[in-house]
Design a protein around this ligand. Structure first.
Ligand SMILES: [Zn+2]
Length: 301
């Protein structure tokens, strides 16, 4: 008798040691999207984008868009960077077919963490796939957590001035999900310390106040880059190319290049929220931009 087809089975948790800390990237889910161009390279031709896709042996049209929050255990506190999509797709008609049901909480359980274990939730920016898991049906999912937001990001969404048409619903979500958490929140700016060993880095452009985070323990360094680069090939090899979901395209390009340059020149390992799971690796300079090198085993030694 032949064995039955079982369907895909792929890893969703990757945990490693970083000096005296533990870091885990956790897959919340993924979307399959149509139209690599103009999602990427809106300021380039479809031919150029398709050629780069072929050079990387990836489909010229469909692309995988994963969502990967990062969890950090400093030994004193458990810190979650972004909460993924949560139950948005069940709660809002507008989200149907656009975002997957978030699986962060069930994957945390697989890694032996309960939602109430999380002490601090750092939100890199206010886009739906990063704030969706903060609450479910209006209730905080992580009952004991305090929250950290970028002051510029929080103020932008709360004030609601200059919100693009495409981000109007995003603003509604932010008002419903994040603003009620303000009294349990700390608001920080680039350079500020979140907890000892964790500092915010300005990455604004993709959103008005996007922040990346530098983590350091016992001389080991790691960067949570969130959405500064949103595709392992397109955004890294051609950082000048616009990404459709970048709110301020030129500013996003400038931040992307500044951060990629830092990562390459300082040979830093980093996590990227939308790269292929586990979304960890480093970059080196290459013609036209940079080249992503997925994590081998360096962080496991
Ligand atoms: Zn995102």
């Amino acid at each position: 008798m032949s064995a039955p087809m079982q369907g895909e089975m792929q890893p969703s948790i990757y945990r490693f040691r970083l000096g005296g800390f533990e870091v885990a990237t956790i897959l919340d889910g993924k979307s399959m999207r149509e139209g690599l161009h103009p999602a990427f390279g809106g300021n380039a031709s479809a031919e150029e984008v398709h050629a780069l896709a072929r050079a990387n042996n990836i489909d010229t049209n469909r692309f995988e868009h994963p969502y990967i929050p990062t969890l950090l255990n400093t030994g004193k506190q458990l810190i979650l960077f972004d909460t993924g999509n949560g139950t948005l797709v069940n709660e809002y008609e507008q989200m149907k077919g656009r975002l997957p049901q978030g699986q962060l909480v069930s994957h945390l359980a697989t890694a032996d963490y309960k939602p109430e274990d999380v002490d601090v939730i750092v939100t890199t920016h206010g886009h739906p796939d990063h704030i969706g898991g903060l609450t479910s049906a209006g209730k905080p999912v992580f009952a004991n957590a305090r929250y950290v937001f970028g002051a510029a990001e929080f103020d932008f969404w709360k004030r609601g001035e200059g919100v693009s048409e495409a981000r109007k619903f995003n603003r509604e979500l932010f008002m419903k999900i994040c603003v009620p958490l303000a009294d349990r929140s700390t608001f920080i700016k680039p350079g500020d310390e979140v907890v000892p060993g964790v500092h915010a880095i300005d990455a604004a452009g993709h959103s008005p106040g996007l922040m990346a985070f530098h983590i350091e323990s016992e001389g080991k360094r790691f960067v949570v880059t969130a959405d500064t680069s949103t595709h392992f090939a397109m955004a890294v090899q051609r950082p000048d190319w616009y990404f459709a979901m970048d709110d301020d395209k030129d500013k996003a390009v400038a931040s992307r290049k500044r951060i990629l340059d830092m990562l390459a020149s300082e040979k830093l390992f980093f996590a990227a929220f939308h790269f292929p799971f586990p979304g960890i690796g480093y970059v080196e300079k290459s013609a036209g931009g940079y080249r992503w090198i997925a994590h081998g085993y360096q962080l496991n030694l």
